[in-house]
Ligand binder design. Structure first.
Ligand code: MG
Length: 380
């Protein structure tokens, strides 16, 4: 691909796909990956999965789907500015949350607790499982058969125990090293996206106030600028101006810092990038500190807000009830999942994994409907 930095990901030097396939005719391999993600059923279900607010709380809040699209937008800007592979970055960004459970982090945490005796549940690993195994769309292979670099980007974290089962893909979690720069971009684009859109959603929901947010330097700096330049601007526009300016300033800082970090580490190839002990896509020290301050603020004031906590408690209860009910009586599962349970070789652990796959794939509303069907109770 013309114009790519020498250390960017290229099809020619790719570690390829798990199953051999003919190359695409009018797209490159990473565009094909992106397209496969968009056509997957897990991607469509992101529309009805919680980011912070449960889907039915309002039509204006982010969902996992709109979050993923915002991540891709930020990721592509950074990738293009750094002459990295924009198509690969986009594919990773759109796929990064495919394995997320219903009800956001609350759902994932409780599913991990339920799976404690059966190998646990990690949402990054689940995203990989979706694209490697769970999607059933193609005649000749399971999953989406994505390129190595796309899968490398999806697997942001992984426990050592699980990394050992992943061969080449798990190596960096055991021996150190970094993923390709496109994966590093997607990783940080995720954080930039949620820190900023959660400010917007938190204000819209009335759980955060502008006065409160003024304690965060990133917010305060931009708010001061906006209020001075456009005195009397109505609050909605102030918020949007501030948020867009925050994203812009963080992204600009990231591009400047990363350009300098790449220059001083002089990688010549993608392998050079992988062999480094530290990532090369970084925020500058000051911006990193302010970004962290915003992140901590959101954790304390938004994610642990009474109203969000109520949802968290309900979500835990729903997921736990579903898990226990299916484990006690797998006949409650749909026929195809019962078949999958029967095909498992390792007994109860195998059944538990099928159940975790089933629950993780649910949308919020489907999980609530299942809960209602099984218990006769309504919640949320
Ligand atoms: Mg995300």
């Amino acid at each position: 691909m013309a114009g790519l930095a020498p250390y960017a990901a290229r099809e020619q030097s790719s570690k390829g796909r798990l199953y051999q396939e003919e190359g695409p005719s009018h797209r490159n391999q990473y565009q094909r990956d992106r397209d496969r993600v968009i056509h997957s059923s897990a991607f469509r279900r992101l529309e009805y999965k919680t980011q912070v607010f449960v889907n039915h709380e309002g039509d204006m809040f982010r969902t996992r789907l709109t979050h993923s699209i915002e991540v891709a937008q930020i990721g592509r800007t950074i990738a293009r500015a750094q002459s990295l592979n924009e198509d690969l970055t986009e594919a990773v960004c759109l796929a990064h949350d495919l394995g997320h459970t219903p009800f956001g982090h609350a759902g994932q945490d409780i599913l991990n607790t339920c799976m404690r005796d059966f190998g646990g549940f990690e949402h990054n690993l689940q995203s990989l499982r979706v694209v490697d195994v769970l999607e059933e769309r193609y005649a000749t292979f399971p999953g989406l058969n994505l390129m190595f670099e796309t899968r490398e980007g999806i697997l942001k974290h992984c426990s050592k125990t699980n990394a050992k089962k992943l061969g080449e893909l798990g190596r960096r979690f055991l021996e150190g090293g970094q993923p390709c720069l496109e994966a590093q971009v997607a990783n940080i684009a995720d954080e930039i996206a949620y820190n900023n859109h959660d400010v917007d959603d938190g204000l819209r929901a009335g759980l955060l106030s502008i006065e409160q947010l003024a304690k965060c330097e990133l917010f305060a700096e931009q708010e001061r600028y906006v209020q001075t330049k456009w005195p009397g601007l109505d609050e909605r526009r102030v918020v949007h101006e501030v948020v867009r300016r925050m994203i812009n300033s963080i992204v600009n800082d990231l591009i400047t810092t990363s350009t300098a970090d790449i220059k001083s580490n002089t990688p010549h190839t993608i392998e050079d990038v992988r062999n480094l002990s530290k990532p090369l896509i970084n925020l500058g020290e000051e911006t990193h500190r302010k970004h962290l301050q915003l992140k901590r603020f959101l954790r304390k004031n938004l994610y642990k807000h009474e109203r969000v906590k109520d949802m968290t408690e309900n979500a835990r209860h729903v997921v736990q009830t579903l898990f226990n009910s299916y484990l006690n009586d797998p006949n409650l599962l749909p026929a195809d999942f019962q078949d999958k349970c029967r095909q498992q070789k390792n007994g109860k652990s195998g059944t538990a994994r099928v159940i975790a796959d089933y629950i993780a794939g649910m949308t919020d509303r489907f999980a609530l409907a299942e809960y209602n069907k099984i218990t006769g109770l309504s919640i949320m």
